[in-house]
Design a protein around this ligand. Structure first.
Ligand code: HEC
Ligand code: HEC
Length: 276
């Protein structure tokens, strides 16, 4: 193998059995990657990356082990908890996660630390990572407390469940599923996410910092909302309890009429329905 003898590659292959184990994302890129990460976030990142080595037990080369570097931000097994910024990744549709990992790598989303994590990884490996997190069945955090007035909550809920025909805005439920738990395989659910994260994503689409495959339907949605509406929608979503079935639904479960009312989404061809 090409990695340093004291490094454990995250991309597979047999781990070295040196006394000091350093997690790296990819064989042969350990030093470059660690250097970049350290420059970005300093000591915190070193602790994050080196943490698992403390008192190292025999190393088990599983995907869960290789993904420990993600858990400092995304929470244990990717189930980010508490109302902080980091998005949960566990249990999201695999096609969606794969698209996002590629988006960070290829510059359609910008968050330097995430780009640094995935920049040297191949599509095949990103697909494996996506499948790993997608398959995790973990409990969701309790909903956040809502700070919305009754009036703002009403406006948010109406936009989410009905859209606004006057500005040709489709309901969020038309694409994210009636229970907002997402649609397989490319559309994420909108519940169980931190308010600030949702707010920032809609803002990033509005300002052109986040992109999805063209046509970018979410850019269209975000741009037709006001900043106040985005804030109200984010708070409303973060304050909802998850339904009993938290799983993304099959595209066939979407309202058939909805297919005509929805704008097309390049990153989620399943939304077009079988007839388009
Ligand atoms: C230094 C903290 C940090 C680490 C470490 C990290 N992430 Fe992230 N990740 C973030 C942040 C912050 C975002 C949201 C960025 C934004 O605003 O778009 C994110 C976003 C994501 C998303 C998109 C989620 C969504 O719902 O769209 C995926 C997928 C993801 N990360 C996977 C990973 C994986 C896999 C790893 C480990 C290889 C990892 N992350 C390590 C901070 C981190
Ligand atoms: C026409 C279909 C469509 C409509 C309508 C729609 N969405 Fe989306 N949404 C998508 C798709 C597709 C994605 C995945 C985009 C990607 O691949 O980056 C997405 C992604 C998102 C994300 C990113 C989630 C994450 O984990 O980062 C948020 C937040 C979001 N939508 C919120 C909304 C809200 C709020 C509404 C209603 C006001 C809405 N969407 C309406 C199709 C839609």
């Amino acid at each position: 193998m090409h990695a340093r003898s004291d490094a454990v590659p995250l991309s597979g292959g047999r781990p070295a059995t040196g006394s000091r184990q350093i997690l790296t994302l990819s064989r042969g890129h350990g030093r470059a990657w660690l250097g970049r990460l350290a420059r970005c976030i300093g000591l915190g990142a070193w602790l994050l990356v080196l943490g698992p080595a403390a008192g190292a037990a025999p190393f088990e080369d599983s995907m869960a082990q290789r993904m420990l570097a993600c858990t400092g931000c995304h929470g244990k097994d990717g189930r980010a908890e508490g109302n902080v910024y980091f998005p949960r990744i566990a249990g999201k549709p695999a096609g969606y996660l794969f698209n996002q990992l590629r988006n960070f790598r290829d510059g359609r989303r910008s968050y330097a630390l995430m780009t640094g994590m995935v920049t040297v990884l191949s599509d095949d490996y990103l697909r494996e990572i996506a499948q790993h997190f997608s398959a995790l069945e973990l409990p969701y955090p309790p909903p956040a407390a809502s700070n919305l007035s009754v009036q703002s909550a009403r406006v948010a809920q109406a936009l989410i469940e009905q859209g606004d025909p006057q500005r040709r805005l489709a309901a969020c439920t038309a694409c994210h599923g009636a229970a907002l738990t997402g649609v397989l395989p490319h559309v994420p659910g909108l519940l169980g996410l931190p308010r600030d994260y949702i707010n920032a994503q809609l803002g990033a689409w509005k300002t052109g910092q986040r992109h999805a495959g063209a046509p970018d339907c979410m850019a269209q949605v975000a741009r037709s909302l006001t900043v106040d509406e985005v804030a109200a929608i984010s708070s409303w979503l973060a304050a909802q309890a998850l339904p009993a079935n938290t799983h993304a639904v099959a595209a066939g479960a979407l309202d058939a009429q909805g297919a005509r009312a929805r704008p097309a989404c390049g990153s989620a061809p399943e939304l077009a329905g079988p007839s388009r």
